[in-house]
Ligand binder design. Structure first.
Ligand code: AHR
Length: 516
């Protein structure tokens, strides 16, 4: 059995988790919108055509903010196509996913869906095929009260009150050659600044995220952030980061170590932001919006393959079926985000339904939870509060992570990966202390001793664990709860001391009370 020690103190904190850290993403992509959020004619559809069974699972998952409408899709999107009478909306070829976009769901339907689920809307503007003019018009359409052609158009469409969207993304992954009208850093930065200025002139209360690199393995990573921030620093509050973890190499230890590279990515982007601030002698701190993160690798295809499908509407693409092992890597990513709560003030799980998603549906049929649903729901429901600075002493292992880029094979060494990856969140108001713990050893249990200083007498609340001897086990329509959290039984709590035994290859949530 492995042994690990954790030392923490009530007064030593990394930072407060922002509500927006627990966000998700819904793109016009495959069956995420059509057949996912929206399926008129489904037995569970409400009067808007929204699936009630999906909304019930979303409430349980508890995302707080939802990014829309893309993703790659937004870089060719005309927002005007998605408003007004549904029967008059144009059908368009979507060059992001080589499908046909019917536009029966658009901005206003998205706002209604967010309102019904209690989720904050986040909009991305098209800085690919369009630019500042279309972006400022969308802000006016959404957020201006009344008395102009665009705000009155919204009212005529049936939405009298402004949508009051606060969080806006200035395009999507503009550094990626796969993007419609991808740009060099300078080309993008100039377009983003001009859009930002005009968007904020219309509504000075909005917050803006500039595109950072679409991955740490991009050849322009670093130089891209510096150039973009040199131009945009005074105009934006956030810079974005995207990461999709993979197990292409079929190397589970490397895959489970990969969230540690998210830690590096975050810390590197913080350094880049602060270097730009330092050059300007500025006290302003750009915050990080990790607005796409997940596991994704099995269902990646290129355009040549997709175009053979003959432009379908809502095709079954990117429908990654998640395993137990994926849920573990995913849980590691949750811990990485929590442990950077001081600077990652927004994050979006990509995506919400069907396309690389925690919720799966059958068109016309049921909806169920994928394996990754559970760590996210745990993080969102129990991760609100102050993240504490925990000192972790754990045995380590040496591994490497394979993260290819185009045709180039890239290996990232991870010579000292702790078997235990952990985050601790203190919710003083509720008196709760929650430990999120990943045991990355595939064959050893881990005895974890925690000294939680400054807490007096802690009590054991319901604690949970997820593991399965078969790391490739999945949830499916036939067996929707094969992988689900169960009670963690091997747990002792005495005063400020906690001892738990974690199963090999397990995700654990230890919930303690009495922590006022
Ligand atoms: O989430 C799927 C795609 O991944 C998004 O459209 C894009 O931004 C990223 O490359």
């Amino acid at each position: 059995m492995h042994k690990a020690h954790v030392l923490l103190h009530r007064d030593f904190a990394i930072g407060e988790t922002d509500r927006r850290l627990f966000g998700a993403f819904a793109e016009h992509l495959g069956r995420c919108i059509y057949g996912g959020l929206y399926e008129p004619g489904h037995p569970e559809a409400d009067e808007h055509g929204f699936r009630r069974d999906v909304m019930a699972l979303v409430r349980e998952l508890a995302p707080t903010i939802l990014r829309y409408p893309g993703g790659n899709f937004v870089s060719g999107y005309n927002w005007e196509d998605g408003v007004g009478p549904i029967e008059e909306r144009p059908r368009r070829l979507d060059l992001a996913w080589m499908s046909t976009e019917p536009n029966s769901f658009g901005t206003n339907e998205f706002m209604d869906w967010c309102r019904l689920t209690g989720i904050e809307p986040m909009l991305a503007v098209n800085l690919g095929t369009r630019g500042a003019d279309a972006a400022r018009n969308l802000v006016e359409y959404c957020n201006h009260r009344a008395g102009t052609t665009l705000s009155d158009l919204r009212r005529a469409h049936g939405w009298d009150k402004p949508h009051d969207v606060k969080f806006w993304c200035l395009g999507n992954e503009m550094d990626g050659p796969w993007q419609m009208e991808a740009k060099t850093a300078t080309e993008y930065a100039r377009r983003a600044v001009e859009a930002a200025k005009m968007m904020k002139w219309i509504d000075p209360t909005i917050e803006l995220a500039a595109c950072g690199s679409s991955g740490r393995n991009m050849p322009t990573f670093g130089a891209w952030e510096e150039t973009v921030l040199d131009h945009c620093f005074d105009h934006v509050e956030f810079i974005s980061l995207h990461t999709y973890l993979n197990n292409y190499a079929e190397d589970t230890p490397g895959f489970l170590a990969s969230p540690d590279l998210m830690d590096s990515f975050i810390e590197e982007v913080v350094a880049l932001c602060d270097a730009v601030a330092a050059r300007r002698r500025s006290a302003k701190r750009i915050m990080l919006s990790f607005d796409e993160w997940n596991v994704w690798y099995r269902t990646r295809r290129n355009r040549q393959e997709r175009v053979k499908e003959n432009w379908p509407v809502a095709p079954e693409i990117l429908e990654e079926v998640y395993t137990m092992e994926d849920a573990l890597a995913f849980g590691g990513a949750c811990i990485s985000l929590l442990n950077h709560a001081d600077r990652v003030k927004c994050a979006c799980l990509a995506q919400l339904v069907n396309a690389i998603a925690p919720i799966m549906t059958e068109t016309g049929g049921p909806a169920w939870r994928q394996t990754i649903f559970h760590p996210f729901a745990h993080m969102s429901n129990f991760g609100r509060g102050r993240v504490l600075r925990a000192e972790v002493e754990s045995p380590t292992y040496a591994t490497r992570y394979f993260d290819p880029r185009g045709t180039e094979d890239l290996y990232f060494p991870l010579p000292k990966t702790p078997y235990l990856k952990l985050a601790v969140v203190h919710d003083a108001a509720a008196g709760g202390l929650t430990l999120f713990a990943l045991n990355r050893s595939l064959d050893s249990e881990m005895a974890v001793e925690v000294a939680a200083k400054g807490f007096g007498t802690l009590t054991a609340e319901e604690s949970l664990e997820m593991h399965d001897r078969d790391l490739k086990a999945i949830n499916s329509k036939a067996d929707p709860d094969r992988i689900r959290p169960r009670r963690l039984t091997d747990l002792e709590v005495k005063g400020e001391h906690v001892r738990a035994v974690l199963a090999p290859a397990s995700w654990n949530v230890i919930r303690l009370g009495g922590a006022k």
